[in-house]
Write a protein that binds this ligand. Structure first.
Ligand SMILES: *Cc1c(COP(=O)(O)O)cnc(C)c1O
Length: 424
């Protein structure tokens, strides 16, 4: 905290010293009131990398030029297009390249993974999840429980914050796992909770789930590209994520999954199968029983959606250049600066003006801070928008602000805090 100063000069100096500052120029910024917006919603929809146009254009040209032959002769042959992502994604989620694959969409992938990793029996049928995960995840868990003939009211165990609190204590999560251990099939949490911005201790949760004889999986929609992940070393069984939030790959863009290598080529776990998960060498013989390819790729159903993948490729090239550890280091400083300025507001205006519900410990959060304005409502958010800042409002009373290290500046954070101060 001591290193920060509440001044625009400090913010500009920090931007000048930022070794990642040039990456900002690689993205398109939307306009608000005729001016380039200050964009704090990379947690919802990441900005468009300028290279997307070129990457898309190449695929359009190759389709035009080659027709079906593009599967093998285009610059990036479509037949193996999904393979162009494994290295980059493996660095982002922390695994070996075959353990991850770009495919499908997030909620559909979650269902596909639940087919394999939620196999309830009369004795073991419970899923432990957050009380308020992203709604789509709730629907997935509930409908999976019903699909297997269980009542969600019994099968789904929600982790609730303590009375009057917003966050979960790791010890409470671990205790809940222990309490349900004889009936537990699966623990499935968000890596970072979308509402509070809390980053969970995925390693400790995975260990506890395994001790209880259950699988551990994570929805990394708010974690991938935001925090450093080590899925393989943490021994996580499976994970899924989308690419349009921190991974900047465009609305509805191709998602991704991770499956630990111990499940590679296993034929004794149920899997909803499709031809693209079939061993590539013999895929086109199109005969005989399903032969799963190595790794997470076996969960693929359909051939690669090349156009959304072209956007993804453009974005992941930027991540490869910047590197997750450098991004995370800047992210800590940038979000730390936002927190510092917000605490100054609280000092000046009193504890009733503003509350930060995201954890104070940088190890327990990514770049997002979630704010509450006791006694005030959406008018604060509307004033922020009026000032040319794009943030996010969640009913009933939370403003989410995500300074993204790839394209946000210390100056943006300073400007946001100034606007907010005048409203409180
Ligand atoms: C954004 C988000 C989703 C969205 O799911 P889609 O299938 O991509 O529409 C689901 N779960 C979580 C945790 C999210 O943050």
């Amino acid at each position: 905290m001591g290193m920060y100063k509440e001044s625009i000069d400090f913010a500009r100096e920090a931007d000048r010293e930022d070794t990642l500052s040039e990456f900002r120029g690689r993205f398109w910024f939307p306009e608000l009131n005729g001016k380039e917006a200050r964009y704090f919603t990379g947690n919802s929809l990441g900005l468009q990398p300028k290279a997307v146009e070129k990457y898309l254009q190449e695929e359009l040209e190759d389709w035009k030029k080659w027709g079906v032959e593009g599967h093998f002769h285009s610059r990036r042959p479509w037949f193996a297009y999904h393979e162009f992502f494994s290295e980059s994604l493996s660095r982002i989620v922390g695994c070996a390249p075959p353990e991850c694959v770009a495919m499908g969409s997030l909620t559909a992938n979650l269902h596909l993974l639940l087919v394999s990793f939620y196999r309830p029996t009369k004795q073991r049928f419970k899923i432990i999840c957050e009380q308020k995960p992203f709604p789509s995840d709730t629907y997935a868990f509930h409908s999976q429980a019903r699909f297997h003939g269980f009542d969600p009211a019994e099968a789904i165990v929600e982790l609730k914050p303590r009375e009057g609190e917003y966050l979960l204590h790791t010890e409470d999560i671990l205790r809940t796992i222990e309490e349900h251990k004889d009936e537990l099939a699966l623990v499935c949490l968000g890596g970072v909770n979308y509402f509070t911005g809390q980053l969970f201790d995925m390693q400790a949760v995975t260990e506890a789930a395994h001790r209880a004889g259950a699988f551990a999986g994570f929805d990394l929609a708010h974690a991938a590209g935001n925090v450093e992940l080590k899925l393989h070393d943490w021994d996580v069984d499976f994970a899924c994520w989308c690419s349009y939030k921190y991974l900047n790959s465009g609305p509805g863009g191709v998602a991704g999954i991770y499956v630990h290598e111990r499940f590679s080529r296993k034929t004794d776990i149920p899997r909803f199968e499709g031809w693209w998960g079939y061993e590539p060498e013999s895929r086109f013989r199109m005969e005989g029983p399903f032969v799963p390819m190595e790794g997470a790729g076996a969960w693929q159903l359909s051939n690669a959606p090349v156009f959304t993948m072209a956007c993804h490729r453009a974005s992941l090239d930027v991540f490869d250049e910047a590197g997750m550890s450098a991004l995370r280091a800047k992210s800590r400083k940038l979000t730390g600066y936002l927190e510092f300025l917000l605490k100054k507001i609280i000092e000046e205006k009193g504890p009733q003006s503003l509350r930060i519900i995201t954890p104070e410990d940088p190890e327990q959060r990514g770049c997002q801070l979630s704010l509450i304005f006791p006694g005030k409502g959406k008018e604060v958010f509307d004033a922020v928008t009026e000032a040319g800042i794009i943030a996010d409002w969640r009913e009933p009373n939370v403003m989410r602000v995500a300074p993204v290290p790839l394209y946000n500046r210390f100056e943006d954070v300073f400007a946001f805090a100034e606007v907010l101060k005048n409203q409180l």
